[in-house]
Design a protein around this ligand. Sequence first.
Ligand code: FAD
Length: 385
Amino acid sequence: MIRDAEKLAEFVDEVRTWVRTVAHPNEDRVAAENVVPDEIVADMAERGYFGWSIPEEFGGLGLTTEELVTLALELSQCSVAFRARVGTNTGIGSEALVADATEDQKRRFLPELASGRATGCFALTEPDAGSEATAVATSARWDGDDYVLNGSKCYITNAPIADLFTVIARTDPDIPGARGLSAFIVERDTPGLTTSEPYRMMGQAGSPVGEVHFEDCRLPAANLIGGHEGEGFRTAMRVLNKQRIHLAALCTGPAIRMFDLAFDHAETRKQFGQPIVDFQLVAALLADCQTEIHAARALVMETARARDEGKDIALQASICKYFASEMCGRVADRAVQVFGGAGYVADHSPIERYYRDVRLFRLYEGTSQIHQLNITRQTRKGRAA
Ligand SMILES: Cc1cc2nc3c(=O)[nH]c(=O)nc-3n(C[C@H](O)[C@H](O)[C@H](O)COP(=O)(O)OP(=O)(O)OC[C@H]3O[C@@H](n4cnc5c(N)ncnc54)[C@H](O)[C@@H]3O)c2cc1C
């Protein structure tokens, strides 16, 4: 749902300009320094980029899903690091609070996330709980008036720099699987919480990912999101269902950027006396990119609208994430092909970096295989209904 088309168009223009005038010229710097510079983070905060999906009453812009993905499609047409810096606040790092927190919890934490004063993260994955997310072993034991957390999370985006952690932990050790899980909000300075250094990764330089450790980390009951035990997995799925549509948009943006770069290259690079775009085999590579980008965009927009209308989008969200992430990988591969050697050499084009950066999309927030299983499961459910 788009509430004010004119206002949104202005915002799209602003983000488009920001991406071209601030993000693109700083991509190499971010990759070399492995961090998004403070002045760029401050600029993004000033522009309200951290608060896109947070309700207006808590300091955000309160964007609808359709508005959010429209802007995400623009902001992601640059190195992944820029949008990943704000992305946990506009996605998985705030959504549990937006969806399920008590009024007090929202008032306490959401304005910090919306303004960018705090960086959020979402800690579900553990060494033995990856695709099998219900195998979470981090415990939250009730002791006196507090919960005491013990355990470790791994592969957590923004954990090394986060101020607020949404943590899924097991409050009832006797209930295995999803029903024993609860969601907590944990502040950085809570004694017993530590984080690792950022991992060395294949790509996404400038986007820190690491571990979170809890050792007798004591939390007041007020930090149990929503105030009810046993709701943690439901909360996590709510977060991820919305995020899958958001992430599908964030996969489509880099594909658009790679396609633009590849098209420019195909029009300017000459071989055999003519621009390579005139060769039908190169044109076919470009046409396949353009076609798949259009399909992904249409899918994302349709699903976002359906979510705004209150429809059950569990099947469509999985389709979006699966298709857009796989599509982005195919576009990256074709872009390298169009660039030839310059696509492989980091000194000659940014395509080599994009190729590595976007590989992650097929792994996190549900691998492609998990989405294939989910798509079939949801389809069967729909057919049986
Ligand atoms: C850079 C990065 C950032 C991340 N950010 C976050 C974050 O912010 N928060 C968070 O909680 N997590 C995060 N993750 C974790 C991510 O969601 C998991 O890595 C992902 O869910 C896969 O889990 P796994 O790595 O344990 O792989 P595994 O589950 O071990 O999977 C390995 C392989 O087996 C396949 N497989 C597993 N089960 C099945 C099955 N039933 N059927 C068919 N195939 C199967 C998978 O598809 C995959 O190919 C991040 C990961 C990375 C790498």
